[in-house]
Design a protein around this ligand. Structure first.
Ligand code: FES
Length: 577
């Protein structure tokens, strides 16, 4: 049936005791002998969960994938993996991204799978699936769950998260009642799917597509749209072809050129700052050298084209109707590696060459961008020797060059205890500094970077301030927020040494972040600094503390970098047809 030996035959093609057992036990699921006739087994890794609303519709999607696999002559087997629900899971899903990646990798390796379809959606589920699949390196493609339909409250459109933060600030400033807030709550999330602004989930779906790991057009199709199920069906069919051909495998798609393409796409769509961490981690899995500075190099020469919240005006539904990611990639083609291979067997340029844009206010032409540079910049300086990240497309122009005095919060609890304390001297020029919220400090690097603005300043009409931390920020958030400061404060990075009243200078055009304190004084503070005791003594938390890399390396575990492709003996086992 195939020139390529199928891994699954090592389980089901054997005429020995093991073969008897493998077939016999699976027949308990009511399969006939026909499924063991030498057809490829396609795994469907499903991050469905009722604890994760963004992925709660993925079983329906899995049925569509199965339809495709059966119709192409394959044998689909769906299996669950951990699901990371961004909103309900505490303290942060980021603590568990690597755990999910391990789950995905080991399931792919341990089971008789010839190819895998990865079903993801909510923020961390997409990178975790890609990381696990990359390390196992069995042929794989992804189908994401798609964004929710747009929210509408009264005459206003509501975008996930972005408008939550805005409305909450209105409430804190006393301009919105509890009743109005409650009404808006029911209007914002009204269908299946993930957040429908250009937050982390939408960005990571776009990254998967730009990398070449999904079929073209996947990222923007709304979750409830019938075309998403149709794409899932076609993806199932394609997975059978991948299994029969033995590839392309993730390592053949996730090349240095693919990462360049994804970074340019990220910059053009005004993507989430979280994409940087996830792309760094994924590159580490496939051995592609990707320094943080590469993001800035490409940002400087990639215009911002997509007008979506939180950087712009529209929502993912509008993006889909305007042409989705293929229309963006087509505009970017002169800047991209056009020949990069993708999972449908064609080069990137072949997939998007005919794409059309149907609304140039949503997706701008290359010659008429929203901004000449990409959405995200990388900063360096004595406060962040290993880098920091700022989303300039969602920041305030008047704060991109700013000097101010630090107001320091030692951790997240301290911030929330004192931010509205009138005895804390804060004005709109202050720089809010938040420590111990990084990968090891929080731990797990939660999305706490967009620290709240004091209510008394909100009431005065202040909408933004410079905030600096080693945390991440929700992809749906906005503001002049410096994130991912590395090394983090918990391991003694310079952020740990900042004191109240220190002058800090942010200069985005020069890409610098400077603590205006003399080296002698910093040396004295460093000598007096002591780390906090570890938050976890045992279990997975301990594993995370011992092995999580810093933000500029993607926060993967040090021992998970690289890949261990499925064993040769699994693919070269006894075959029967
Ligand atoms: Fe899941 Fe936003 S909460 S994507």
């Amino acid at each position: 049936m195939t020139a390529h030996p199928l891994r699954s035959r090592n389980w089901f093609g054997r005429r020995d005791l093991d073969g008897f057992a493998h077939r016999s036990w699976l027949k308990a699921e009511s399969f006939s002998d026909l499924v063991f006739d030498g057809r490829p087994v396609v795994g469907i890794a499903n991050s469905w969960s009722e604890l994760n609303n963004c992925n709660a519709h993925l079983r329906q999607l899995a049925e569509a994938v199965k339809r495709g696999v059966w119709s192409a002559g394959g044998f689909p087997l769906e299996f669950p993996v951990i699901s990371l629900g961004e909103v309900l899971m505490k303290p942060t899903t980021m603590l568990f991204r690597n755990l999910m990646a391990m789950d995905v990798e080991e399931c792919i390796r341990a089971y008789p799978l010839d190819a895998v379809v990865l079903l993801a959606g909510c923020d961390k589920t997409t990178p975790a699936m890609l990381m696990g699949a990359a390390s196992a390196d069995v042929p794989a493609l992804m189908v994401t769950g798609g964004p929710m339909l747009r929210g509408t409250w009264r005459s206003e459109e509501l975008g996930s998260g972005t408008d939550l933060w805005r409305l909450w600030n209105e409430r804190r400033a006393g301009r919105l009642s509890d009743e109005e807030l409650c009404e808006a709550e029911s209007c914002m999330s009204r269908s299946s799917g993930h957040c429908m602004v250009m937050g982390t989930a939408s960005t990571m779906a776009a990254m998967a597509e730009a990398l070449g790991m999904t079929l073209p057009g996947n990222a923007a199709i709304p979750a409830p749209d019938a075309r998403r199920l149709a794409l899932a069906e076609v993806s199932g069919r394609r997975a059978v072809e991948l299994a029969l051909a033995g590839g392309p495998r993730p390592s053949e798609i996730l090349t240095a050129q693919a990462f360049d393409n994804a970074i340019r796409a990220d910059m053009a769509i005004g993507g989430s700052t979280n994409a940087i961490i996830h792309l760094l981690a994924l590159a580490g899995r496939v051995g592609v050298p990707l320094p943080l500075a590469r993001f800035d190099e490409l940002s400087k020469t990639t215009p911002l084209l997509v007008n979506l919240r939180p950087s712009g005006k529209y929502l993912m539904e509008d993006f889909f109707y305007a042409g989705g990611l293929p229309a963006v990639l087509r505009e970017l083609l002169p800047l991209l590696h056009a020949g990069a291979p993708t999972v449908n067997g064609k080069a990137l340029a072949d997939n998007v060459g005919d794409a059309r844009c149907w609304n140039e206010d949503v997706i701008r032409p290359l010659a008429m961008p929203l901004a000449p540079e990409g959405g995200t910049v990388i900063l360096f300086g004595n406060l962040c020797p290993d880098g920091a990240v700022l989303k300039q497309s969602a920041a305030s122009a008047h704060l991109l060059t700013h000097r101010g005095r630090a107001v320091v919060f030692e951790d997240h609890e301290d911030l929330h205890r004192r931010i509205d304390d009138p005895s804390v001297a804060i004005d709109e020029r202050s720089v809010l500094v938040l420590k111990h919220v990084g990968p090891r400090g929080a731990p797990g690097m939660p999305e706490w970077g967009a620290a709240p603005i004091p209510a008394r300043l909100l009431r005065q009409g202040v909408k933004d301030m410079v905030r600096i931390s080693d945390a991440r920020m929700s992809g749906t958030s906005y503001g002049t927020v410096v994130l991912h400061v590395a090394p983090e404060s918990a391991v003694g990075g310079p952020l740990a040494l900042v004191s109240d009243g220190d002058e800090i200078e942010l200069d985005v055009p020069r890409r610098s972040l400077t603590l205006r304190v003399g080296d002698d004084e910093l040396g004295r503070r460093r000598a007096a600094w002591t780390p906090r005791p570890p938050r976890f003594e045992r279990g997975y938390g301990r594993l995370f503390l011992d092995h999580a890399l810093q933000a500029n390396e993607g926060c993967d575990f040090d021992f998970l970098r690289g890949k261990t492709p499925v064993r040769a003996e699994d693919t070269a086992g006894p075959s029967h047809s």
